[in-house]
Design a protein around this ligand. Structure first.
Ligand code: BGC
Length: 274
């Protein structure tokens, strides 16, 4: 069955996607979901080739096409080499999931310049470098209407912390606030070229980045106080949103942030007060 109610079951058929940090967590969830929707997927990893290969194997065993490529996203030469290798292997790239990110938490007065630079470097500069490489390829190739209505899609994985301040994590919150304006300004500039740029802002998703916040019953109970929908998110919650934003089903959507957070940004503290 190719379609249900006029919607394609493989809306990303014949499209090529690159997912940074695709070897674990939210990136893995996006890589698997995009492949299930028909895309060929480059799974980028930075330090664990076996993790990249594991995700590639998962995709292949489901009948999909995937390959793993190493790159540190904050290194211009490595990003350029990764895109060159991906385009050589797959012919082009249609979708970038700008996902790679990390946290290095510290009290503000104790935060080192290295902690600041590492987080801004990977989370913000990394998204700039990868988006620029993707945009260059989209502009070179232009629209192929038999594949997609747009020349390319960039999806930035942001966070609720693009709008929610976060004590003890100022480097991370600043990087995500930066992603918001990076995304919107790119969308404004690139939309006339038929390139769509959007963000997904996840709330608390069960991955290793925040394991301390959900792994014990006590921590989880505390976390759920911040989530009106009363469950912690899973990587495929983000993967399904990424498929929609990457597909022509969202063709009129550009420059927006889709919050996928179980209501975390609804000021849950005001449910019984104010
Ligand atoms: C952070 C997680 C955190 C979540 C909600 C994410 O962007 O990486 O550590 O649990 O936001 O606060």
């Amino acid at each position: 069955m190719e379609k249900i109610a006029g919607l394609s079951l493989t809306p990303l058929k014949n499209q090529k996607a690159l997912v940074t940090g695709g070897s674990s967590g939210i990136g893995e969830g996006c890589a698997i979901a995009l492949a299930a929707a028909g895309a060929s997927v480059v799974v980028n990893y930075h330090s664990h080739p076996e993790e990249g290969e594991r995700v590639v194997e998962t995709i292949r065993s489901g009948g999909g096409e995937a390959m793993a490529i190493h790159a540190n996203v904050d290194r211009e030469d490595e990003v350029e080499a990764m895109f060159a290798q991906a385009i050589k292997a797959f012919g082009t790239i249609d979708i970038l999931i700008n996902n790679a990110g990390l946290q290095q938490d510290a009290a503000f007065h104790e935060m080192t310049l290295a902690q600041w630079n590492t987080v801004i470097g990977v989370n913000l500069t990394g998204q700039f470098l990868c988006a620029r490489a993707a945009a260059r390829e989209f502009l070179r190739r232009g629209v192929r209407s038999e594949v997609s209505a747009s020349a390319g899609k960039i999806i930035c994985i942001s966070s609720v912390h693009e709008v929610v301040p976060w004590s003890g994590h100022v480097n991370y919150a600043a990087s995500k606030g930066g992603i918001m304006q990076l995304m919107k300004s790119m969308a404004q500039e690139l939309s006339p070229k038929k390139i769509r740029v959007n963000s997904i802002a996840p709330g608390a998703i069960e991955t290793h980045i925040n394991v301390a916040a959900w792994a014990t019953p006590e921590a989880q109970a505390k976390l759920l106080e911040l989530i009106p929908y009363n469950r912690v998110g899973m990587p495929d919650d983000i993967g399904r949103a990424a498929v929609w934003l990457a597909s022509d089903a969202s063709d009129y959507v550009t420059g927006t942030t889709l919050f996928v957070d179980g209501g975390m940004t609804l000021y849950p503290g005001f449910a019984h007060g104010g």
